[in-house]
Design a protein around this ligand. Structure first.
Ligand code: AMP
Ligand code: TRP
Length: 332
């Protein structure tokens, strides 16, 4: 069976972009693939984290996966640092990765900003660790949001470089799966910026744990232009804030963007927004409630992670052993 690997960082607030761009899609895939879903804590520490928060957020992301409908029996759910193979393979793959490839990564440029010289080595080599995550399990498919496309292309390049260098067909080239009607959810305050965990403005994002009042307020305050809703897809494309809300509406209601545009063409934003708020609260309200219930039982969450780590290690170890053999690293 084809294997899926994907992950979310345990940093900051999980938001609607994480849900619609990633987690919601995973729920549908778990029946057709052998799935491994990771909480990527080693990626989180590429920028400074508060240890107490990091632990809490690791449990929170785990709770979100389960609350969203990922079955921990069917899928492997674990946190990255419990499987040592991720860091080990990242080193070995880093030795196959030219600096020129890493220099092209736009996320590093964005995250490092003007302080390039101050940025950590881990932030720079982050995409190699991501390649290791995927390749450690020989995953064939990787469902993510649009922003991860470049990192996935690099993972394919690294897999290819390894295979060529050692004359093997060991790693499959992982296929990105970027689908749904909200592959790139934008900030509610600025249609040119993606919705992100690190945005300073609380009004920029809807968190997975927001209650109905918070959701309604944020959607009411969401930036729009003064015109009524777009009449055509082309019209929507030229209006990023409107287009973003239409995409969210479509994803939450399992409609196509065109169907939503047709349904709301020329109507006023105020009724659209109140409908969108109801729709968001009905989907997220259930998930948020379930997350809170799960988080009240940290022992249960930790049991799932512990069991997930055992299952992940059982797949990872023999693969890593083969990589050692291929590279000539003696295991006496
Ligand atoms: P991160 O928040 O960077 O850990 O991302 C976890 C997953 O959510 C990845 O698959 C991302 O591509 C996806 N994701 C993050 N932000 C967005 C967004 N604004 N729109 C769509 N997908 C997103
Ligand atoms: N880099 C991804 C993000 O920030 C998270 C991630 C780490 C990931 N390793 C992965 C996603 C492997 C898919 C597969 O969103």
């Amino acid at each position: 069976m084809n294997r899926i690997f994907s992950g979310v960082q345990p940093t900051g607030n999980l938001h609607l972009g994480n849900y619609l761009g990633a987690i919601r899609n995973w729920v549908a895939l778990q029946h057709d693939y052998d799935c491994i879903f990771c909480i990527v804590d080693l990626h989180a520490v590429t920028v400074p984290q508060d240890p107490v928060q990091l632990r809490a957020q690791t449990r929170e992301v785990t709770a979100a996966y389960i609350a969203a409908g990922i079955d921990p029996e069917r899928c492997v759910i674990f946190n990255q640092s419990t499987v040592p193979g991720h860091a080990e393979l990242a080193w070995l793959l880093g030795c196959q990765t030219p600096l020129g490839w890493l220099n092209r990564m736009t996320q590093f440029k964005e995250k490092a900003g003007k302080q390039r010289e101050e940025a950590g080595l881990g932030l720079y080599s982050y995409p190699v660790l991501m390649a290791a995550d995927i390749l450690l399990y020989k995953a064939t498919h990787v469902p993510v949001g649009e922003d991860q496309k470049q990192h996935l292309e690099l993972s394919r390049d690294i897999a290819g470089a390894f295979n060529r260098r050692f004359g093997v067909e060991f790693f499959p080239l992982p296929e990105p799966m970027i689908f749904g009607t909200a592959t790139r959810v934008m900030s509610l305050r600025d249609g040119t910026k993606k919705m992100s965990k690190s945005d300073q403005s609380d009004y920029s994002r809807i968190n997975m744990t927001d209650d109905a009042d918070a959701i309604a307020l944020k959607i009411r305050k969401a930036k729009t232009d003064p015109n009524p809703l777009p009449e055509t897809a082309k019209d929507a494309e030229a209006r990023p804030e409107a287009d973003n809300l239409l995409g969210i509406y479509a994803a939450l209601s399992d409609l196509t963007r065109d169907q939503v545009i047709e349904q709301w063409a020329g109507k006023s934003f105020s009724t659209f927004k109140s409908d969108l708020a109801d729709l968001s609260s009905s989907v997220l309200g259930k998930i948020g409630g379930e997350m809170r219930r799960l988080l009240a039982e940290p022992g249960y969450i930790d049991d799932i992670l512990r069991r997930g780590a055992e299952r992940a290690n059982a797949v990872a170890k023999p693969h890593l052993q083969e990589v050692f053999d291929i590279m000539g690293l003696l295991r006496p």
